[in-house]
Ligand binder design. Sequence first.
Ligand code: HEC
Length: 112
Amino acid sequence: MLASKYRFLLGGVLLSVLLGSNAVFAASGNVTVGKVKSSACKRCHGALGMSKNPKYPNLAGQQELYLIKALKDYKNGKRNDKAMRSVVSGMSSSTIKDLAAYYSSIKIKLKK
Ligand code: HEC
């Protein structure tokens, strides 16, 4: 009885180690793939994610996790915007991660 309980605990520890490393791996998108896919975003968000039109937010240098959340929120309807809804509809979570990795990787120079 006691032994099987420990086996169960050990199994849980091993599983969480496996899932943990997997989660870390899955969390980071591919910058190069994201760059290619970003061609669909340029006409609104600008080249390199810096928009010339005030209607559209800049994406360059934004936090990766924020970008992932924003795209998921448009997809699941938590955020509602006509343009973005059609952009993300049918977008896979790996594409979302790739785009987030790309835009967050762009370095912007701040000056005052
Ligand atoms: C037709 C124009 C258009 C296109 C194309 C477009 N977007 Fe957007 N995007 C918008 C608008 C407008 C907003 C602001 C919507 C709002 O108020 O929530 C926005 C918002 C966003 C946001 C949220 C930014 C923030 O600061 O919260 C992200 C992230 C984003 N877009 C990513 C993308 C990506 C990635 C692509 C390409 C796959 C893309 N967009 C293509 C118009 C566009």
